[in-house]
Write a protein that binds this ligand. Structure first.
Ligand code: IVH
Length: 772
């Protein structure tokens, strides 16, 4: 007999998981005090996802699984703010701040005013609407009265509570705040983009604003956005007498409130606060462009009121700009590792925020055209944090006469290969590949870099020399260098040449993930390389596998799967990799990874193929896949077995036929791979989506308690003989828990996780079925 938890048990477990996950989110994203490891967190989230999949009727919009639920939109709707989102007046120096304080005191008729000082964050301002504590809408500022509805994106921001915590929840509430990307997150984000061959963001503000303007919430979900709440718009109940109390209340509801916010008594305290923040500007982990002073007493605010655009009770004291004016000497095309050509402006050196800047990237031709930067132009450059300086704008008043707009060269300035713009891409590319010295230099530098082969002594300058002298014409040549040749290069002596040769020799044995990262597959960063190495574990297999098999690895996805496949099927790349493999020895290849094999059921592969337009969603695809052991078997299925509510059988058949060659390829690879696995582990049966002859193939069992008719060892042997596997602990991946007499904690764990529990008779039935 099979028992699974009733909806009631599941509801309880789901509620508990949600609470724990949200508590963790709050600790991690709001309080900066994580207590769980990522693995523990992931396990809870996966368990919740599993339970919600089994009980779709229990899914709620405020479940942590629903943060990325929304589908990509065609455009944004409108949001009408309950109370207008106003702007702030600025004070550009201490005198203007003094003047503000004087006006406030005069209007209120008091000698001194209590203010609250807040960092003015440089991000995107948002209004979040809560109804009975549930987040129902999120909008941008827009014109202050009507903004854009970006609810789907904002729901992905972990510091935004989907449901307010705690008590005193008003029926209607608008929370105002600023979304930013923190400096550290920004650096990581840009490093990742560079690694993937993508264009880095110019500054955190652009990155934050751009992320929230994405039509696909999946993209926003991957950006490290943080919301800092700083006020309240419309609210159905009064929240206190002071702004300070409102901020405290926001904190209690689960919002992140800036820790630098202070109560300040009178003007002098404000000036001191300003100077303090100015001095610490660079050590704050977010960008600020000013300090906001707000009258604390809400009744006093009422008295002061508003002008047309801004409240009379607040002012933004601007911090000194990180911008400066200079002139563009020349615009030069610069060729990157993947061949992308970036226009770079060579500037007359200028000091910006304490650093001399002489180059600024223009990112790509679109950006250059948008800003219309020309040689000789007078431009405003900005430096934010340690980010690459960017050109903010051009002052066309000072444009020299007769300067045409800059043109992308038709041929690569370095190797004279053709320059193309691949369809759908923003970047122009030199097609010279490693024949192009610029790309070769960058590739060698990347190949030798820390997370790749980590060859000490092979940096920018040496890579340049190696290419310029023709010593290295492809990556494999790095391993053909010897002391003699290096001694011919400028700057090399006996010792340094010997050291470099030794450093290279030491890397002839290299872990697979480092090699995969080092060869520079477009889009494959160090993390993806590790996933490939961990999950697939075998270079030969990776080189031959169809894209769909990569896309089944969580975290890789379809388009990256295609990139990997395309890279290895390119003839020149394949030859280069062949030659490289002759020079090195891969260590720490996992061989065929059993987890990956076990995860590749026909059902998932069918789902990942994206058969479209015939009513076959991922769930049905998995059902369909579970009817066969091999993909090619799908073609032989009778029509009534293909039939599942609403599926267009004719259309489906046609699409299956079209994929026949791919199916054969996948089947062959899987059989080969699984045979290896089976031989390695002495297993008998290999894989299956549940075909008639191997019901237990790929199924995992946990045995607990005492069985009557056999010992646990015997049960284990029989399950394995039928293709199943037996493991020691119950997890979300366990298919069955066999519970004998006096089964204890494992049985309880199975109940919690919703894993099917078999008694001895049910196990015997299964074994008989598998044998017959
Ligand atoms: S109060 C009516 N507080 O600055 C009060 N604004 O120039 C309006 N901002 O659109 C805003 N940090 O996006 C306030 N601590 C802070 C802020 C802040 C950043 C932004 C906000 C607003 C703009 C006003």
């Amino acid at each position: 007999m099979t028992t699974s938890p009733s909806a009631e048990d599941a509801a309880g477990r789901i509620a508990r998981l949600r609470e724990e996950i949200e508590e963790h989110n709050h600790r991690y994203y709001v309080l900066d005090e994580p207590v769980l490891s990522d693995a523990e967190y992931d396990a809870m989230l996966r368990e919740l996802q599993g339970l919600e999949r089994e009980h779709p009727e229990l899914v709620r919009p405020d479940s942590p699984t629903q943060r990325v639920g929304a589908a990509p939109a065609d455009g944004f709707g409108e949001v009408t703010h309950g109370q207008p989102m106003l702007s702030l007046d600025n004070a550009f120096d201490a005198d203007e701040l003094r003047e503000f304080d004087r006006r406030v005191r005069e209007r209120l008729g008091v000698a001194s005013v209590a203010y609250v000082g807040e960092p003015k964050l440089d991000g995107l301002s948002l209004s979040l609407r809560y109804e009975d504590g549930l987040l129902v809408q999120a909008g941008t500022r827009g014109d202050g009265r009507v903004g854009e509805d970006i609810t789907g994106n904002v729901r992905t921001v972990r510091s935004v509570p989907l449901r307010l915590r705690g008590e005193r929840i008003p029926a209607r509430l608008e929370v105002r705040g600023e979304v930013v990307i923190r400096r550290q997150d920004f650096e990581q984000l840009n490093a990742g983009r560079l690694e993937q061959g993508e264009r880095p963001f110019a500054n955190p503000r652009n990155a934050a604003a751009g992320s929230l303007r994405q039509l696909d919430p999946q993209i926003a979900a991957r950006r490290p956005l943080t919301l800092f709440a700083f006020g309240v718009g419309e609210c159905s109940e009064p929240l206190g007498e002071m702004h300070w109390q409102v901020l405290e209340q926001l904190g209690a509801w689960g919002f992140r409130v800036n820790r630098e916010i202070r109560r300040l008594d009178g003007l002098d305290a404000c000036l001191a606060y300003y100077n303090d923040l100015l001095g610490r500007r660079d050590s704050l982990d977010y960008e600020i462009d000013g300090v906001v002073f707000k009258v604390d007493d809400l009744a006093q605010r009422q008295t002061l009121g508003f002008t047309a655009r801004a409240p009379r009770w607040a002012i933004a004291s601007k911090l000194p700009a990180r911008e400066a004016t200079t002139r563009v000497r020349r615009i030069l095309p610069s060729v990157g590792r993947t061949g992308a050509i970036t226009p770079v402006a060579e500037l007359e050196p200028v000091e910006v925020g304490g650093v001399t800047v002489s180059r600024a990237t223009l990112h790509n031709l679109d950006e250059l055209r948008r800003k219309d930067v020309r040689e000789g132009d007078t431009v405003m450059v900005r430096r934010a944090g340690d980010v690459i300086p960017e050109i903010v704008s051009v002052n066309t008043e000072f444009r020299p006469v007769g300067v045409e707009s800059w043109q992308m060269p038709e041929r690569c300035p370095v190797c004279d290969s053709e320059v193309i713009r691949p369809e759908g891409e923003v970047d122009y590319r030199c097609i010279g590949s490693l024949q192009c010295p610029a790309q070769l230099k960058e590739s060698i530098r990347h190949f030798a870099s820390r997370r790749a082969l980590d060859i000490e002594g092979l940096g920018d300058k040496v890579a340049e020399q190696l290419v310029d002298t023709g010593l290295v014409q492809e990556l494999a040549d790095v391993f053909r260098l010897d002391r003699q040749r290096l001694l011919g290069l400028e700057g090399f002596a006996e010792v340094s040449a010997g050291n470099l040769v030794a450093a290279i020799e030491a890397r002839r044995q290299v872990p697979l993930e480092r090699l995969l990262y080092g060869i520079g597959i477009p889009g494959v960063g160090a993390d993806t390389a590790r996933l490939l190495a961990d999950q697939v574990g075998d270079m030969d297999y990776i080189r031959r596998a169809p894209a769909v098999l990569f896309s089944l690895i969580p975290g890789v996805g379809r388009s990256m799967g295609e990139e990997i496949h395309t890279f290895f099927t390119d003839e020149a790349n394949a030859r280069g990799v062949d030659r490289l493999l002759r020079e090195i020895e891969l260590v720490s290849e996992n061989g065929f990874s059993p987890d990956y094999v076990a995860s590749l059921t026909a059902g998932e592969i069918v789902a990942a193929l994206g058969i479209s337009g015939v009513g076959l969603g991922p769930k049905r695809a998995r059902e369909l896949g579970s009817k066969v052991t091999y993909l090619t078997d799908l073609m032989g299925l009778a029509s009534q077995r293909l039939q599942a509510g609403g599926v267009d059988v004719q259309g489906l058949r046609q699409q299956l036929e079209e994929r026949a060659p791919l199916f054969e390829e996948v089947d062959a690879l899987l059989i080969e791979k699984c045979l290896h696995w089976a031989t390695d582990r002495g297993g008998a049966q290999i894989r299956g989506g549940g075909g008639s002859s191997s019901t237990l193939a790929g199924r995992s069992f946990v045995l607990t308690g005492t069985l009557e008719s056999m010992t646990r060892d015997e049960a284990k042997a029989r399950i394995e003989a039928a293709g199943g596997k037996v493991t020691g602990s119950v997890s979300g991946k366990t298919d069955y828990v066999v519970a004998g007499e006096a089964a204890g904690s494992k049985r309880r764990r199975a109940e919690e996780l919703g894993v099917a529990i078999l008694d001895e008779a049910a196990l015997l039935d299964l074994l008989r079925e598998a044998a017959g």
